[in-house]
Design a binder for this molecule. Structure first.
Ligand code: WT7
Length: 656
C-alpha cells in the first residue's frame, strides 16, 4: 500500500469532476479557463508574473526588470522593494480584515488562542523590536527551534520584518543536527521554547539548544530568546538567554517593515540530499512571496470566509509556505495545531475540524494511511460537513488512500488537491486547481500556470505518453531556490547538471521519477536518487550512513528505504563492524539511539542488519539496488556479475 506501482497507475482510470456548484463559485472555474491561463503564462512567463505581482502585492518601489536569468541563477523583480511581513500583515490593517482571525491556534493540552491581523501585527512588531534590541541587523541569520505555537509564526514574521533571514530547524531534530545547521548558517541568535507538548508528553527543546551551543560550538550565536510554553525547569545562561515574554512586555509595538530588495534572502531551510551534509536551500523575498500567494489563492480557491488548516510543522517548507506566508499574504485564517493523532486520541484532527468549522484541510498521505487503519467510525462520528477542499502533500498518494480520503473525510463532495512540490521549489508546482481540473486518484494532475514541467530522458528529450522519465522544469519560476547557502557549485551540480543544458536551455532536475499520461496528467513515482521518504520526511541515506559510521563500532554502513504500509518507507541499515566488536541486539539498540542523537527520531532505523561485507562493484561502489531488494525481502534483481565477491550477497541474505 506504500508507493504506487507503474501497473497500478496505468490501470487507474477513475476520474472525479468538481461539482457544477463548486466550479461556478471557484476562482478558476473550468478546464478551459485553466488552459487559457496556462497558455498565456507559458507564452511569456515573465509578463504573466509581472501582471500578478503588480495586482497582488504591495511594493515600496516597483521593479526595473522582471527576470534576470543567468542560468542557473535567477533574479526576479530586480530593483523592486517590498517586505513579506508587510504583505502578510500591514496591508490588511487598513481593510475590514484588521479584526479577522489571522491565526487560530489549538494547543495540545487543549488550550487555544486566536490572533486577529491587528493582534498578530502588534506582536510581530514587538518581537521585531526585541530582536533589534538584541543586536540583530538586516542580513543576520536567526535560528528558530520551536514547537507548534503561535510564537513560531510570530518569530518568522518578525525576522522577515527587519530583514533578518530565518532558518527554522524542526523541533524533532537532535542537538547535534541543530548545531550543524546553526553553524552552517552562522546564526546570530536562536529563538526557542522551554519545550512543547507531543503525544501526551512534555518534550524539552531548550536543553538541546544548550547542548548545541556548549563549548562555544557556534560562536556566532550571541543571544537566545526563550518562549515559556511548558514551564518546565530549564537553565537560563545569564547574559545569553532571555525570556520572550519579559522582553516583549517592554517592547514598543511600532516597528515599520524594512524595505527589502526583491532578491534579499528571506530564509534558509535545510533539507536532505544525496551527500552527507544537509543543504541550506535559499529563498528570497519577492518571488517567494508572489508565488506562495498565488498558489495558495488558486489551489485552495481561497475565500475570505474560509478557515484553512495545514497539519504540517512550521519546521518544514510546507509550514513556511502554507501555514504562514501564503495564507497570511492572502488575508486568510490559518489554523495551527500543536497535537498529532495518537492511540490515546485518534480523533483529534476531526475534533479540530468540527470545533473550528475547518473548510480547507491539507495533510499528508502517511497521516491518511494511519487514519484508514484506525477505522472510519472515528471520523464518521464527527461533523466534517464544513470541509470543501482536501489537500495532500509529501509523497505519492496511493489511489486507495486517495479514495478513502475522498469518501470518508470529504463525504464524496470535496475536490482533492494532490500538490507536488519541494523545499527547493518554494510552492506548489503540479497540482489540481480544484474548480477546473478533474482529478484522478494518485495523480498531482497538471502544472500550475507559469510552470513548464516535463518528463524527460537523461538527454533532456521529452518522453512519450506513459513512458517513465525524470521530472524537470524548463523555465525559471519566481519562488525557485536561488542557491545552496554558501555553495553555488553544489546548487549547480545538484539541480542543473544531471541533464545537460540543450541549446542553452537549462532544465531544473527535481530528483523525482514521473510519467505523463495521455491526458497530460503527471504521475510522480518517487525519488530517483538516494533520498528516502519516511512519513513524508525527506532523509538522505548518506546522512544516516555518516551518523552510523561516527559510532566507534561501525566500520561501514549502507542505508536504504524499505517499503512500509504506514510510513511509505522505513530506514533499513546494513552495517559492518570494526574488528573487535561483536554483533548483538544491544548494539543494534545502541546504534539506533545513536542515529536519533545525531539526527533526530525521524531518522531512527526500523531495522539494522549486521553484515560481514557490503555488496560492491569492482570499483568499490555499494550496490544499493541489491540492498533495497534484500531489505524488502525480494529476490535480488538484475545482474550480479559485476559484484566483487558473489558470496557477499548470500551472507547478507542469511545475515542477522
Ligand atoms: C519531495 C520533496 C513539498 C512539501 C513536502 C516535502 C515528494 C512531495 C509530493 C506529491 C508525490 C511528492 C517528492 C519531492 N513529494 N509532494 N504530491 N506527490 N511526491 O518537501 O521534503 O522538500 O520533499 O517529496 O519526492 O521531491 P521535501
Amino acid at each position: 500500500m506504500s508507493q504506487p506501482t507503474i501497473e497500478s497507475i496505468l490501470q487507474e482510470k477513475r476520474q472525479f469532476e468538481p461539482s457544477p456548484e463548486f466550479s461556478q463559485a471557484a476562482r478558476i472555474g473550468s478546464l478551459e479557463a485553466y488552459e487559457e491561463l496556462y497558455r498565456k503564462a507559458a507564452q511569456d512567463p515573465a509578463a504573466f508574473w509581472a501582471e500578478l505581482a503588480e495586482q497582488e502585492l504591495y511594493w515600496f518601489k516597483k521593479w526595473d526588470q522582471v527576470l534576470d536569468w543567468q542560468p542557473p541563477f535567477a533574479k526576479w523583480f530586480v530593483g523592486g522593494k517590498t517586505n513579506i511581513s508587510y504583505n502578510c500583515l500591514d496591508r490588511h490593517l487598513t481593510t475590514w480584515r484588521r479584526n479577522k482571525a489571522a491565526l487560530i491556534w489549538e494547543g495540545e493540552p487543549g488550550d487555544s488562542r486566536t490572533l486577529t491581523y491587528a493582534q498578530l501585527h502588534r506582536e510581530v512588531c514587538q518581537i521585531a523590536n526585541v530582536l533589534k534590541d538584541l543586536g540583530v541587523k538586516k542580513g543576520d541569520r536567526v535560528g528558530i527551534y520551536m514547537p507548534m505555537v503561535p510564537e513560531a509564526a510570530i518569530a518568522m514574521l518578525a525576522c522577515a520584518r527587519i530583514g533578518a533571514p530565518h532558518t527554522v530547524i524542526f523541533g524533532g531534530f537532535s542537538a547535534e543536527a541543530l548545531k550543524d545547521r546553526l553553524q552552517d548558517a552562522e546564526a546570530k541568535l536562536v529563538i526557542t521554547a522551554d519545550g512543547g507538548f507531543r503525544k501526551d508528553k512534555v518534550v524539552s527543546l531548550k536543553p538541546a539548544v544548550d547542548q548545541a551551543l556548549a563549548d562555544n560550538a557556534v560562536p556566532s550565536v550571541e543571544n537566545v530568546l526563550v518562549v515559556q510554553r511548558t514551564k518546565a525547569a530549564i537553565e537560563m545562561v545569564s547574559g545569553r538567554d532571555h525570556w520572550w515574554h519579559e522582553l516583549q512586555a517592554g517592547a514598543s509595538a511600532d516597528c515599520p517593515a524594512e524595505e527589502m530588495d526583491s532578491e534579499d534572502m528571506l530564509f534558509i531551510l535545510y533539507t536532505s540530499g544525496t551527500t552527507g551534509k544537509p543543504k541550506g536551500v535559499v529563498h528570497t523575498t519577492a518571488g517567494y512571496n508572489l508565488y506562495t500567494h498565488m498558489t495558495y489563492q488558486w489551489t485552495f480557491d481561497a475565500k475570505d470566509t474560509d478557515v484553512y488548516w495545514c497539519t504540517a510543522d512550521v519546521g518544514w517548507i510546507t509550514g513556511h509556505s502554507y501555514i504562514v506566508y501564503g495564507p497570511l499574504s492572502n488575508g486568510a485564517t490559518s489554523l495551527m495545531y500543536e497535537g498529532v493523532p495518537r492511540p490515546s486520541n485518534p480523533g483529534c484532527f476531526w475534533d479540530v475540524i468540527e470545533k473550528y468549522g475547518v473548510n480547507i484541510f491539507y495533510t499528508a498521505p502517511t497521516a491518511i494511511r494511519a487514519f484508514i487503519k484506525m477505522g472510519e467510525e472515528i471520523p464518521n462520528s464527527r461533523d466534517l460537513s464544513s470541509l470543501r477542499i482536501l489537500g495532500t502533500v509529501g509523497e505519492p498518494i496511493n489511489p486507495e488512500a486517495w479514495m478513502w480520503y475522498h469518501r470518508v473525510i470529504g463525504g464524496g463532495r470535496c475536490p482533492i488537491v494532490d500538490t507536488w512540490w519541494q523545499t527547493e521549489t518554494g510552492g506548489f508546482m503540479i497540482t489540481p486547481l480544484p474548480g477546473a481540473i478533474p482529478t484522478k486518484p494518485g495523480s498531482a494532475t497538471k502544472p500550475f500556470p507559469g510552470i513548464l514541467a516535463d518528463v524527460v530522458d537523461l538527454e533532456g528529450n521529452s518522453v512519450g505518453a506513459n513512458e517513465g522519465g525524470y521530472l524537470v522544469v524548463r523555465h525559471p519560476w519566481p519562488s525557485m531556490m536561488r542557491t545552496v547557502y554558501g555553495n553555488d557549485e553544489r546548487y549547480r551540480r545538484t539541480y542543473w547538471e544531471h541533464i545537460p543544458p540543450q541549446n542553452g536551455q537549462y532544465l531544473y532536475f527535481a530528483g523525482d521519477g514521473a510519467r505523463k499520461d495521455e491526458d497530460g496528467y503527471f504521475w510522480v513515482m518517487g525519488r530517483v536518487d538516494d533520498v528516502i521518504s519516511v512519513s513524508g520526511h525527506r532523509l538522505g541515506t548518506m546522512e544516516i550512513e555518516s551518523a552510523l559510521v561516527s559510532h566507534p563500532a561501525v566500520a561501514e554502513a549502507a542505508v536504504v528505504g524499505r517499503p512500509d504500509d504506514l510510513k511509505g518507507e522505513e530506514v533499513f541499515a546494513f552495517v559492518t563492524l570494526e574488528g573487535h566488536f561483536e554483533p548483538s541486539d544491544d548494539l543494534k539498540t545502541e546504534l539506533k539511539q545513536h542515529v536519533v542523537n545525531e539526527i533526530g527520531a525521524i531518522a531512527r532505523p526500523g531495522e539494522i542488519r549486521f553484515a560481514e561485507a557490503l555488496p560492491k562493484t569492482r570499483s568499490g561502489k555499494i550496490i544499493r539496488r541489491f540492498l533495497r531488494n534484500l531489505a524488502s525481502g525480494e529476490s535480488v534483481a538484475g545482474d550480479a556479475s559485476t559484484m566483487e565477491d558473489q558470496s557477499v550477497l548470500e551472507k547478507l541474505r542469511q545475515g542477522s
